[in-house]
Write a protein that binds this ligand. Structure first.
Ligand SMILES: [Zn+2]
Ligand SMILES: [Zn+2]
Length: 350
């Protein structure tokens, strides 16, 4: 089979890989939708590829794509009927850990005490290929009501937004400021609005900001066109500031604003990867009792809950995708995505 590989420096190669066969405890999926996540751009752009980003050792060329969704097509020895059956529609929680430590046992394989063994699509073969092999315990059933592309989105970007809103303990009577309206930020806008919260969406790209309105944002702020972003958020909240905020941009400036824009006792959550932030501790944090939260994706349990919520509420997650691609169009897909002006892309490998 052909697999998409990021050698680094904005290059993309199609390479040949043997069709995988499942070992003990493993399954093979036929990938029906493989999402393009914001963090894929970091792996795509980095000189030296994924190896340079501190998620573990990379040996040899690896198939990209860490939003896998598809159908089980073969099952290895030792996999029970309950875990996986041929024909089962599934998402995949894209991490492998030891499987037995306290974090793995609670579905947080990325937090494994031995260190995450594989991040699929980054340090292990991912879903930008027709087939993907993984442990049966990394599968999360895809509700019948949801499309494969919605399942792909939940497998990283949308699931990450869900996880962050839960870490923030968002309530329906809260106002939340969401910095960055790329795939994760826009998902957060959509989910927070569905949860009844009032959303202030911030984004420097006009067309992304306009989409936030369609996804339920109540107030739109373009930080490039606003003198004082924190003041603008206060003006939209009777001078108090937002109850909570989420940075999905990864920008140092946005992160500082995300902390400064919350009211006393407010919470700010960071999900955007990389880079740094500079804060003035006394006025920004401690004298206002502010809580700063880091949130890294979600557990298998959280992924299943996110999917159930989206299915039960009929949330149109598919609308996140502005571009749908065949596997052989991956080069074009990533070139466009790299400009960061479009919405989310998804690749259909089979
Ligand atoms: Zn573990
Ligand atoms: Zn991701």
């Amino acid at each position: 089979m052909k697999g998409v590989v990021f050698p680094g420096g904005r290059k993309l190669e199609f390479m040949d890989f043997p069709d995988p066969t499942p070992g003990p405890g493993e399954v093979v999926l036929e990938i029906k939708a493989s999402g393009m996540c914001g963090s894929d751009l970091k792996f795509y752009r980095a000189e030296g590829g994924a190896a340079s980003l501190g998620l573990g050792k990379v040996s040899g060329p690896l198939i990209a794509g860490h939003e896998p969704c598809g159908v089980v097509v073969s099952v290895g020895p030792g996999v029970s009927e309950k875990q996986a059956r041929v024909g089962m529609r599934v998402m995949q929680h894209h991490y492998r850990g030891c499987g037995v430590c306290e974090h793995c046992a609670s579905g947080w394989m990325q937090l494994c005490v031995e260190g995450v063994a594989e991040v699929y699509g980054i340090t292990g073969h991912g879903a930008h290929a027709r087939y993907m092999k993984c442990p049966a315990r990394t599968l999360v059933p895809l509700p019948d009501e949801l499309s494969f592309e919605t399942g792909a989105a939940i497998s990283c970007g949308t699931g990450t937004a869900w996880g962050a809103l839960h870490r923030l303990d968002l309530q329906g009577d809260h106002t939340i400021a969401i910095f960055g309206q790329g795939p994760v930020g826009l998902s957060a806008t959509q989910l927070a609005a569905a949860m009844g919260a009032r959303v202030i969406a911030l984004e420097i790209v006009a067309e992304r900001l306009a989409r936030a309105k369609q996804f339920g944002a109540d107030v739109l702020i373009n930080p490039r066109k606003t003198d004082n972003v924190v003041q603008a958020i206060k003006d939209a909240t009777h001078g108090r500031g937002a109850h909570c905020s989420l940075d999905a941009s990864g920008s140092p400036q946005a992160r500082a604003q995300a902390v400064r824009c919350v009211r006393t006792w407010g919470k700010a959550c960071f999900v955007g990867e990389g880079d740094s932030v500079t804060l003035d501790v006394s006025p920004d944090i401690l004298r206002r009792q502010v809580t700063i939260i880091g949130s890294w994706t979600f557990s298998t349990v959280g992924q299943a809950q996110c999917a159930r919520y989206i299915a039960d509420r009929g949330i149109a997650v598919d609308k996140l995708f502005t571009h749908r691609w065949r596997l052989d169009q991956a080069k074009e897909a990533y070139q466009l995505y790299d400009a960061q002006t479009s919405g989310k892309g998804v690749i259909f490998p089979s």
